[in-house]
Ligand binder design. Structure first.
Ligand code: ATP
Ligand code: MG
Length: 716
C-alpha cells in the first residue's frame, strides 16, 4: 500500500509518494512530473493530462481546463461568470443551477460538472501513481487553496470519492509547503521562541501568503492572505496588449478567433517566462497567425512591469495584509520562502524584499513542494508508512457563527463559535436547553470569497422534555474537521438522573454511552464559556474540545485561537463530590442536514459513471493496442519475407500469396478496418500467425540445428 500527496493546480498537478527512502515526485506517462489539469473528449475516449493539452488546438471545443476555481459553485455565481469569460469550451447552466461543461464524447453531447472533471484528472493521477509505484494506491492527501470555503472543499472531496481516492486530509497548499520546509529542518527552536516563516505561493490562478510558526517537531499556521492573481492574469494583460497591436498593425482581430487567441496566449506564456530570466528586449513571432499572415513584435521586462502595475499593486497589498493580520513585526519574521511558477517573476521577488525587508528565499523546490508536503502529511497519518512525527496545526481562515430557531415564546439566538484564523481541527460544544426538535444554521460570519455565507442547516431531532416536562440540556458539537470543513458533527441529549446509587455504575458506563462523541476520556481538558449574546432563556454555553485523540493533532488542545474564548472550568461530566450524586448519560440525537456537496445517491451514481468511463477508456486502449499490434506485425512480416531473413524458408508462390494478403491487410487497416473492435484485430492477427508461424518455426529449427537440414538436403 502506497501513500501519495496530490497538488491539484489550476494549470498542472504534481503527485509525490512517500517511500522508504523518502519523498519522490512521480513521473507520468510522458516522463514528466507536471500533469496539465486538462481533460479532453473524443468519439472513443477521454484524453487526460499531457495528451489532452497537446491536442487542445485541434480539439478546442472538447478540451476542458480551468475548472479548479469552479468547484462547488453555481453557474450564476459572479465569480463563475468571470471565469467562464476566458474558458473556450461551451458551458451551460444545468437545471439545478450547477455548471455543465458541454462536450462531444462518444459521439454524443454530454455535460460534465467541474467535480466530475476533477475526478477524471484524479483518475489519471491515480493511474500514474499505480504505474510508477507498481502498487495499489488509495490513501492520499490532496491540497487546496487556503481560501477555499466549505462548498469548494466538499466539492473536492466529492471529486476524490468519485475517483475512488481515500482522502486522509484536505490540506491547505501553503501548509503543505510549510510541512515540506519544516520536516527536514534539524535546527528548529524550542517552544518558547518559534521561527516564523512566510510562504508565498503564486501559481496560475491565485496568490497565497501564509505565515507559519515552527518549533521542534511541529508547525502552527498563524495567518493567511490571498488574492485572485496568478500567472494567467499576467498572460491576459500581455494578450490584450499584443492583440491590440496586431489589430492596429495587421488589422487582425485575434479576439474573434479562439484558435488564434489560444496560440497567442501560448506564445505569450513563453515570452513571459523568458522575460523572468532576461531583461533585454525579446521577440514574439507567430507564423500564419490569422489569414495566413505572420505576425511579430517584441517586449522588454520593464514594459511588462508597467502594463501589469495594477497586478503588482495587489500583490503588494496582499503581503501587507498578511503582515497586519499576523500581528508580527518584521523582526519576528525569520525568512520568506517562495513557491509556485509565478514567483519566478523578478518584480514579485522585489516586492517581497520591499515589504518584508528580506530577500525571497528559494530553498524549496518551487514546483514540487506542495505535493511533497502533502505526501509527508499522508505518510504521517497513514499506518502503512513509518515516518517521524511532525505536528501540524492548521488554521481555518474565516469567522464562523451558529444560530438557532426559537421555541414557543422563546426567541432564537446566535453565537460566534470560531474567529478568523482559528486553529484546526477543533471542536466546540454548545449547550442549549430545549424540549423540542430544533434547527441550527452554521454560517460564515465575515466576507468570504463565495456568494453564500451559509455552510449548512442541521435539524436536531428527537428532543423532548424530561419526565417533569422541563427543558433538557442538548450538547451540540460544532467542528472544523481536518479537511477545514465546518460542520455540526454530533448532538446529544444530556440525560441527568438524580440518584445516590446510580453514580458509580453510570459513570463507569457513560464514556461509551454516546456514540460519535469524541470527547470521551478528555473530561479534564474541557473548557467552557458562557455565551455572551443571544438565547438567554436557553442558557447557551460553549466549550472547546480536545482534538488530540481524533485528529492526531498535538497542539490544538489548549489553544483555542481567539483570546478570551475560553476559561477553564469544571469537567464535562458531573463529579461525585456533590451531596446528591448525579448520573449523566449522553444520548446521541439523530440529525438531518442540508449542506454542500452531492447527496449520497447522486455521488454513488457519479462513482458508477466514472467507473464506466474508466472501463471504456481501458477497452479503447486495448482496442488501439490490438490494432497497433496487427499493423506492426504486417510491416514486420513483410520486411522479413521480402528480402529479409524469412525469405528462404518459404516457397515462392506461398510467399507471394502471403505478401499480397499483407498488402490487403494494410489497406484494410487504413480504410474500413480503421475503427473495428478489439476482437476483429485480434482474430486477424491470429489468422496471420497461423500462416506465418510455420515459416518462423522452420527458420528457427534451421538456425538451431543447421546440420540436420544439410543431411536432409543431401538425402533429397
Ligand atoms: P494554482 O496554484 O493557481 O492552482 P498551479 O499550481 O497550476 O496553479 P504553478 O504550476 O505553480 O500553478 O504555476 C504556473 C504558472 O506559473 C503559470 O501561469 C506559468 O506561466 C507561470 N510561470 C512558470 N514559470 C514562470 C517563469 N519563469 N516566469 C513567469 N511565470 C512563470
Ligand atoms: Mg499551485
Amino acid at each position: 500500500m502506497s501513500v501519495i500527496g496530490i497538488d491539484f493546480g489550476n494549470e498542472s498537478c504534481y503527485v509525490a509518494a512517500a517511500k522508504a527512502g523518502g519523498i519522490e515526485t512521480l513521473a507520468n506517462d510522458y516522463s514528466l512530473r507536471a500533469t496539465p489539469s486538462f481533460v479532453a473528449f473524443d468519439g472513443r475516449k477521454r484524453i487526460i493530462g499531457v495528451a489532452a493539452k497537446n491536442q487542445q488546438v485541434t480539439n478546442m471545443k472538447n478540451t476542458v481546463s480551468g475548472f479548479k476555481r469552479l468547484l462547488g459553485r453555481k453557474y450564476n455565481d459572479p465569480h463563475v461568470q468571470r471565469e467562464l469569460s476566458s474558458i473556450p469550451t461551451k458551458v451551460d447552466q444545468r437545471p439545478d443551477g450547477s455548471i455543465g461543461f458541454k462536450v462531444s464524447y462518444l459521439d454524443q453531447e454530454q455535460y460534465f460538472s467541474p467535480e466530475q472533471l476533477t475526478a477524471m484528472l484524479f483518475t489519471k493521477l491515480k493511474e500514474t501513481s499505480t504505474a510508477a509505484l507498481q502498487a495499489q494506491v488509495n490513501d492520499c492527501v490532496i491540497t487546496c487553496p487556503a481560501y477555499f470555503t466549505n462548498s469548494e472543499r466538499k466539492a473536492l472531496l466529492d471529486a476524490a470519492q468519485i475517483a475512488g481516492l481515500n482522502v486522509l486530509r484536505l490540506m491547505n497548499e501553503t501548509t503543505a509547503t510549510a510541512l515540506s520546509y519544516g520536516f527536514y529542518k534539524q535546527d528548529l527552536p524550542e517552544d518558547n521562541k518559534p521561527r516564523n516563516v512566510v510562504f508565498v505561493d503564486c501559481g496560475n490562478s491565485s496568490l497565497q501568503v501564509s505565515v507559519c510558526a515552527f518549533t521542534k517537531g511541529k508547525l502552527k499556521m498563524l495567518a493567511s492572505a490571498w488574492d485572485q492573481i496568478g500567472g494567467r492574469d499576467f498572460d491576459n494583460v500581455l494578450a490584450e496588449h499584443f492583440a491590440k497591436e496586431f489589430y492596429d498593425r495587421y488589422k487582425l482581430n485575434a479576439k474573434t478567433n479562439p484558435r488564434a487567441y489560444l496560440r497567442l496566449l501560448t506564445e505569450i506564456e513563453k515570452l513571459k517566462k523568458q522575460m523572468s530570466a532576461n531583461s533585454t528586449k525579446l521577440p514574439i513571432n507567430i507564423e500564419c497567425f490569422m489569414d495566413d499572415v505572420d505576425v511579430s513584435s517584441s517586449m522588454q521586462r520593464t514594459q511588462m512591469e508597467e502594463l501589469s502595475a495594477h497586478l503588482f499593486k495587489r500583490v503588494e497589498m496582499t503581503f501587507i495584509k498578511l503582515l497586519q493580520d499576523s500581528k508580527l513585526s518584521l523582526d519576528d519574521i525569520h525568512s520568506v520562502e517562495v513557491v509556485g511558477g509565478t514567483t519566478r517573476i523578478p518584480a514579485i521577488k522585489h516586492l517581497i524584499e520591499q515589504v518584508f525587508g528580506k530577500p525571497a528565499s528559494t530553498t524549496l523546490n518551487q514546483d514540487e513542494s506542495v505535493s511533497r508536503g502533502a505526501a509527508l502529511q499522508c505518510a504521517i497519518m497513514s499506518p502503512a508508512v513509518r515516518v517521524r512525527e511532525f505536528g501540524v496545526t492548521d488554521i481555518q481562515n474565516y469567522a464562523v457563527k451558529v444560530s438557532w430557531d426559537g421555541e414557543g415564546s422563546q426567541a432564537g439566538g446566535e453565537i460566534d463559535v470560531f474567529p478568523a484564523f482559528h486553529s484546526a481541527p477543533f471542536s466546540r460544544l454548545l449547550t442549549l436547553n430545549r424540549k423540542e426538535p430544533f434547527s441550527m444554521t452554521v454560517q460564515y460570519a465575515q466576507a468570504i470569497p463565495f456568494p453564500d455565507p451559509v455552510i449548512g442547516k442541521w435539524f436536531i431531532k428527537d428532543v423532548k422534555p424530561n419526565e417533569r416536562g422541563e427543558h433538557q440540556e442538548v450538547k451540540v458539537k460544532v467542528r472544523i474537521n481536518h479537511h477545514g470543513i465546518v460542520l455540526i458533527s454530533s448532538a446529544s441529549l444530556v440525560d441527568k438522573k438524580e440518584d445516590e446509587t446510580a453514580n458509580a455504575a453510570a459513570n463507569a458506563g457513560e464514556h461509551g454511552s454516546a456514540p460519535g462523541n469524541d470527547e470521551k476520556g478528555n473530561a479534564g481538558d474541557q473548557q467552557q464559556q458562557q455565551a455572551g449574546n443571544g438565547g438567554e432563556p436557553m442558557d447557551v454555553q460553549q466549550e472547546a474540545c480536545n482534538e488530540n485523540e481524533e485528529d492526531n493533532n498535538t497542539s490544538t488542545a489548549s489553544s483555542p485561537g481567539g483570546q478570551g474564548w475560553a476559561q477553564r472550568v469544571k469537567g464535562w461530566f458531573s463529579s461525585g463530590t456533590e451531596k446528591k450524586k448525579k448520573a449523566t448519560k449522553l444520548i446521541e440525537l439523530p440529525m438531518e442536514v442540508k449542506t454542500h456537496g452531492f447527496s449520497s445517491p447522486d455521488l454513488q451514481n457519479l462513482v458508477q459513471q466514472e467507473s464506466k468511463m474508466i472501463a471504456n477508456d481501458a477497452r479503447e486502449t486495448q482496442r488501439v493496442d490490438a490494432r497497433n499490434a496487427l499493423e506492426e506485425y504486417v510491416y514486420d512480416m513483410r520486411n522479413k519475407l521480402q528480402g529479409g531473413p524469412l525469405e528462404r524458408y518459404v516457397l515462392e508462390a506461398d510467399r507471394e500469396a502471403i505478401c499480397s494478403q499483407l498488402n490487403d491487410l494494410e489497406n484494410w487497416l487504413y480504410e474500413e478496418g480503421e475503427d473495428c473492435d478489439r476482437d476483429t484485430y485480434v482474430n486477424k492477427l491470429k489468422g496471420l500467425h497461423s500462416q506465418t508461424d510455420p515459416i518462423k518455426e522452420r527458420a528457427n529449427d534451421y538456425e538451431n540445428a543447421p546440420a540436420a537440414f544439410d543431411e536432409l538436403n543431401h538425402s533429397i
